[in-house]
Design a protein around this ligand. Sequence first.
Ligand code: ADP
Ligand code: MG
Length: 204
Amino acid sequence: MGCDAAGVARAVRAAAELVTAHRDELVRLDQAIGDADHGENLKRGFGFVLAALDQSTPDTPGAVLKLVATTLISKVGGAAGPLYGTAFLRAATAVGAASELTPDLVSVALQAALDGVVARGKAEVGDKTMVDALTPAVEAARGSTVAEVLTAAAAAAEAGAESTIPLTARKGRASYLGERSAGHLDPGARSTSLMLRAFAEAAS
Ligand code: ADP
Ligand code: MG
């Protein structure tokens, strides 16, 4: 993809479509250890994101990311809405006014997104949250093209999401279940890996 505003908008659309296509799966995952709303929360939120992108075409990658952030923060309830909103907002700030994303900027944006999620949610690796997908993604996010960076990040996020299965949740609603949360994939870790996969495919 071009990594200008239009390219980033296409990647965001791809993420919206992939998350929406996995709505039922995310609902089922959240049914097992939460309140069954994660898939619907994200489907609704990304529906508003698509509508906002139809309305206006932001002129920098950062402005696209900021539009995603403000939409998710204002439209998505639950824990994940504000957490993803913060992630996109920090990523937007990290890329600043650049007219094109470079591999380094993508790495920096992913790190900023993770830092935002951790600042807001206070989860650590091993707490069975989206942080378990995003942290390895940030660590793996290297490459000589944006596509390479995102492909490495997506693969690491998928492995990180799978790693949540045996864990006992220590943050969020799933933590109310205590040890009964073990044996299930964390829905937020799954949605994080889906978004990164969509970004990687859009970039390739
Ligand atoms: P809610 O838990 O309010 O119903 P969602 O179902 O939309 O919100 O999102 C649940 C996901 O949010 C979890 O699977 C987990 O990945 C993530 N999450 C919850 N609390 C935290 C936290 N403190 N830090 C990071 N991620 C969290
Ligand atoms: Mg939920």
